[in-house]
Design a protein around this ligand. Structure first.
Ligand code: XIL
Length: 495
């Protein structure tokens, strides 16, 4: 797994955030037990748990609550191309964006730039070429430099209705699938996602920026959608992130789940949210909840405890994955939200005069429990990957065509397993991994493999794209389960 590089990459930003917040709030000494030192703002509680808690805003919303409660700021509209881009990829009208970046810097808040390449709110860039997009990417990245911790380089690349495909309209019309195999990852393909991240990475490297480069989308939050069908949009996003992090190029640093939860079957909060966050984190990228709001319809029009419990679930899922390093709500108060009728945020009121909702208290409480779910003896956690154990090396046949090892992220009653299949001294065309699970353990979900069985002996076989592995190279698949997976045995066979 590529955990070490991912961990190394996100540690500095969070460390800086924690220092900034502790200094700003004059708050609690590191190491105190949460029960004695419950923080009273979202910002401080999150920083103590080793993540940021942020908000989307515009200059007109910068009341004192913003810097008190939030450690991160996303311009809700003021960095979108329709506001700041010229038709040739230059910058214009950056005043509001500057105001927000300056405010964040003054108040030791992280900034997420939002967003560079998007089919919507594209303004004068609408329909333009990759070359002009690249010009804009360079101008925007260098305009604010490392003052922006995270940039959404590509937003909403994937189509709706759980069809697992990319959008076809501009800018995705710039992509070409040369061999018609349905993906855009082959040498002959043109991919606007890859090309935009390549340009962004080049600018980051040439200018020694610390800015991290993110891909962001909605309806990608769960492994499944309402009713239990696979979330094909999430899978498509996973395939993109894997393609551009596991090969020779590491183009993507972070993944944003917008998390605009509502009663659309593809937009509900499923129990496998945490497992989905986990599998992205296992690719070595940071995962963020970037635009959180929770429609009160999701709790039968209950903006009290029902909505509060939904917020709890989302915050807990992030806290339980070390690589989930930030949560951002999409506005302060319901009345000021882009979807005010859904009453999906943490405050009522408006215009700087805000009242906390039950959802606010639930989020604060959950953040105060920390990464471990509230073990009072655990120190504040700066992000680190939860213990991951390699169990049971494979039992290769002779000559060994392939081997399989598993890394586990476990919690009480459940786990996510990432299995690495490595080809031996010859290339292979297809593989099959037989897993012997301990008694009482069952598989509830899997990805990047076909599965037969749920408990006892469970077989995993390659899917179309990950069967061929060159000599000495590897691929990974994963599964989620209930029970404990330590003691699982693995056998790999191949053709
Ligand atoms: C929304 C803003 O909140 C609105 O004010 C604006 O009118 C439309 O855009 N996904 C995104 C955000 O990535 O940029 C969108 O923000 C919400 C959906």
């Amino acid at each position: 797994m590529n955990i070490p590089s991912g961990r190394a990459r996100y540690r500095p930003v969070i460390a800086a955030l924690a220092v900034a917040v502790l200094a700003g709030a004059g708050a609690v000494a590191v190491g105190k037990a949460p029960a004695l030192a419950a923080e009273t703002t979202l910002r401080a509680a999150a920083a103590k748990a080793g993540l940021f808690f942020g908000v989307a805003a515009s200059p007109g919303r910068l009341s004192s609550i913003v810097s008190q409660e939030f450690g991160q700021l996303t311009p809700e509209n003021d960095m979108k191309p329709d506001t700041i881009a010229t038709s040739s990829g230059g910058l214009r009208n950056t005043g509001n964006a500057d105001t927000l970046v300056n405010y964040a810097q003054t108040n030791n808040m992280l900034v997420r730039g939002h967003t560079l390449v998007w089919h919507s709110q594209a303004g004068q860039l609408q329909g333009t070429s990759q070359a002009t997009l690249n010009t804009f990417i360079g101008n925007a990245l260098t305009r604010w430099g490392s003052r922006i911790a995270y940039w959404d380089v590509v937003n909403e690349a994937l189509d709706d209705n759980n069809n697992g495909r990319r959008r076809t309209q501009w800018p995705h019309s710039l992509s070409r699938d040369a061999n018609g195999d349905g993906d855009f990852f082959d040498a002959g393909d043109t991919d606007v996602i890859r090309n935009s991240f390549r340009r962004a990475k080049e600018v980051v490297q040439q200018n020694n920026l610390t800015t991290k480069l993110c891909i962001n989308d909605y309806d990608v939050e769960g492994l499944t959608v309402s009713g239990g069908a696979r979330n094909n949009k999430a899978q498509a996003l996973y395939d993109i992130v894997r393609a551009y992090t596991q090969g020779t190029e590491r183009l993507i640093d972070c993944v944003g789940f917008q998390a605009h939860f509502n009663d659309n079957p593809n937009s509900v909060i499923t129990d496998d949210l945490q497992a989905n966050i986990q599998r992205f984190a296992d690719l070595g990228v940071e995962v963020h909840i970037t635009e959180l709001d929770i429609d009160d319809d999701l709790s039968n029009n209950d903006i009290g405890q029902g909505q509060a419990n939904n917020y709890r679930k989302v915050v807990r899922a992030c806290l339980n994955v070390a690589g989930c390093t930030g949560i951002t709500v999409w506005g302060i108060a319901d009345s000021e939200s882009w979807r005010s009728s859904e009453r999906g945020l943490l405050f009522t009121g408006g215009s700087g005069n805000y009242q906390k909702k039950a959802a606010y208290s639930a989020v604060l409480d959950e953040l105060n429990k920390g990464r471990s779910g509230g073990n009072p003896s655990s120190p504040p956690v700066s992000p680190s990957i939860s213990p991951s154990a390699s169990v049971s090396p494979s039992t290769p046949t002779d000559p060994s065509p392939c081997s399989a090892t598993v890394s586990l992220n476990s919690w009480t009653g459940g786990f996510v397993a990432t299995v690495r299949v490595t080809a031996g001294s010859s290339s292979i065309n297809s593989w099959r991994v037989t897993a012997g699970l301990p008694t009482g353990t069952a598989v509830t979900n899997h990805w990047s493999a076909e599965r037969t069985g749920t408990s006892g002996t469970v077989q995993f076989a390659n899917v179309g794209y990950n069967g061929p592995i060159a000599a000495g190279q590897f691929t990974e698949f994963g599964f989620q389960g209930t029970g404990a997976a330590a003691g699982t045995t693995l056998t790999c066979t191949a053709t």
